[in-house]
Design a protein around this ligand. Structure first.
Ligand SMILES: [Zn+2]
Length: 310
């Protein structure tokens, strides 16, 4: 399924540089070099996840709630990790599509422990992820930046990755592949046109970026319902962005702030809902991922669902 491009070499512009896309997470990890801080983090999480299990972490997984998880990449050396994680999660949770989850939160119909998957940035290896998600009948939402979809110019891709994503050079989906994801039952959401930091942008640019991505995705995919703002932390968004989001016609707005969602005594309007999502890197120890999920369950609050940008 899909085109597998192993190497991307441009010889006419840069005769002495062979340019390749990053295909293994190991290469990214190696380039970062493990430092004392990351080793300490690993050790701390080992201890915390051990105690969480010891103190009944499994019990917290039974609490009715919706936990959104999102990822950026499933490199070749992460495919098995994703499969393993889905195997574990499928025993304890029911998987929902993104739209099903948003509707359940708005209607206060959270009656079971649910997990929802989404992905940001539209990397080509999201296709491999979709094939693995398919084995567990998981329907995800893929948030894309239309500017970089279908881009073939290596130097433009490299620039986008380093300036907008702060990431090594990776290949992105084509529109054909985006449509393939849709045909597999996944949803396509907007992540702005150019992966801008909304909090740092003027109102006109915010409106253009959110509007143009809505229009392009609607034209190419027929439908776009959900928006996730780039970089994802509270300080990357603002009231103007939230207002424009719902004026344009998006039905939900997502962050990358950790947390899960529980029923709210008062029904929320679309523009009052603020989706929280936990990032997962499949190379992480699955016990650590479960620890974060369990911690969210313990800290679950109705405030989590309410937008701080009203
Ligand atoms: Zn992003």
């Amino acid at each position: 399924m899909g085109r597998q491009t192993v190497k991307y070499t441009i010889i006419n512009c840069f005769p002495f540089n062979k340019m390749e896309f990053t295909e293994y997470y190991k290469d990214i990890k190696d380039s970062k070099k493990l430092n004392l801080r990351s080793s300490l983090r690993e050790l701390t999480l080992n201890g915390l996840s051990f105690w969480d299990q010891f103190l009944g972490g499994d019990k917290t997984s039974e609490k009715p709630r919706i936990q959104f998880l999102y990822f950026h990449h499933v490199f070749k050396d992460e495919e098995k990790n994703l499969d393993d994680l889905l195997k574990v999660l499928s025993k304890k949770y029911v998987f929902l599509s993104y739209s099903e989850a948003v509707n359940k939160i708005l209607k206060n119909e959270i009656d079971k422990p649910y997990i929802v998957f989404s992905s940001d940035d539209g990397l080509k290896n999201n296709l491999a992820a979709a094939r693995i998600l398919d084995r567990y009948n998981v329907k995800a939402c893929f948030f894309i930046n239309p500017t970089i979809i279908n881009e073939k110019d290596f130097s433009k891709i490299k620039k986008f990755c380093s300036t907008q994503l702060r990431f090594p050079t990776v290949e992105f989906l084509s529109w054909e592949e985006v449509n393939l994801l849709q045909n597999m039952g996944h949803e396509i959401g907007s992540h702005t046109m150019n992966h801008i930091n909304i909090a740092d942008s003027k109102e006109d640019l915010i409106r253009d970026e959110m509007h143009a991505s809505f229009d392009v995705i609607q034209e190419k995919c027929g439908l776009v319902k959900h928006f996730a703002f780039p970089y994802g932390r509270f300080f990357h968004f603002n009231k103007i962005g939230n207002k424009i989001c719902f004026e344009i016609g998006y039905e939900s707005c997502a962050s990358a702030e950790r947390g899960c969602h529980i029923n709210n005594p008062k029904a929320l309007k679309q523009e009052e809902l603020f989706i929280r999502r936990d990032q997962v890197v499949f190379n992480w120890n699955p016990k650590h991922i479960q620890y974060f999920i369990s911690r969210n369950s313990k800290l679950a609050s109705i405030q989590n669902s309410i937008s701080p940008f009203l």
